[in-house]
Design a protein around this ligand. Structure first.
Ligand SMILES: *[C@@H]1O[C@H](CO)[C@@H](O)[C@H](O)[C@H]1NC(C)=O
Ligand SMILES: *[C@@H]1O[C@H](CO)[C@@H](O)[C@H](O)[C@H]1NC(C)=O
Length: 173
């Protein structure tokens, strides 16, 4: 085999390997490139009620006593316009995640909420659903999801790390 032909074969194989692994990468890694989560919620309540319950829950779970799974180490940072902010530190690894909820009054007595949680560790990619659960636990802990016919939650793996496989387990253990 001539040198040129050999180089050609190597190049084609290399291109195939790179293309193949990129395909595999998106197939097996459908999540954001940095551990984070965006979730949208709709509640059949006015935004003041929703806001007060979320703030109350963060304060209630601000303790360092982490015996009850992740229901601890939240920190309420305050509100600014329609946005409330907080932090959550994961009990074991002590990663700090930033949270925010932006609340907008919707039609028919609803409150539309855009919630974000993002790891402050720049290298964090996989979070085992922690960013999602940071947000979701506040919603279920404050019982905002109960007895509400207009309640809706939506997100996808593309904007929320491990959304489809996260188990927040708040009341199951
Ligand atoms: C909420 O947090 C996300 C992710 O950290 C950020 O992109 C967004 O700008 C924040 N929203 C507000 C209103 O601060
Ligand atoms: C929720 O659904 C709406 C409407 O389909 C969409 O625009 C929005 O991006 C979704 N939110 C998330 C976090 O996926």
């Amino acid at each position: 085999m001539g040198c040129c032909k050999c180089c050609c074969v190597v190049l084609v194989v290399a291109v195939l390997i790179v293309a193949g692994s990129m395909g595999l990468f998106t197939a097996f890694f459908p999540y954001p490139s940095h551990a984070s989560c965006q979730v949208d919620w709709v509640f059949g309540k006015d935004c003041n009620t929703v806001k007060n319950r979320l703030i109350h829950q963060m304060k209630l779970w601000s303790s360092d006593q982490c015996s009850a799974k992740q229901q601890c180490r939240y920190e309420y940072l305050g509100e600014e316009g329609d946005t409330i902010r907080g932090l959550h530190t994961t009990p074991i690894m002590s990663y700090v995640d930033k949270l925010n909820f932006t609340l907008t009054d919707g039609s028919g007595d609803t409150c539309q909420v855009k919630a974000f949680s993002e790891s402050t560790a720049s290298y964090a990619v996989i979070d085992f659903g922690v960013n999602y659960c940071n947000l979701r636990n506040l919603v279920i802990g404050s019982r905002l999801d109960e007895n509400d016919a207009k309640y809706k939650e939506n997100s996808t793996n593309a904007v929320c790390t491990m959304y489809s496989i996260a188990h927040c387990n708040l009341y199951t253990e």
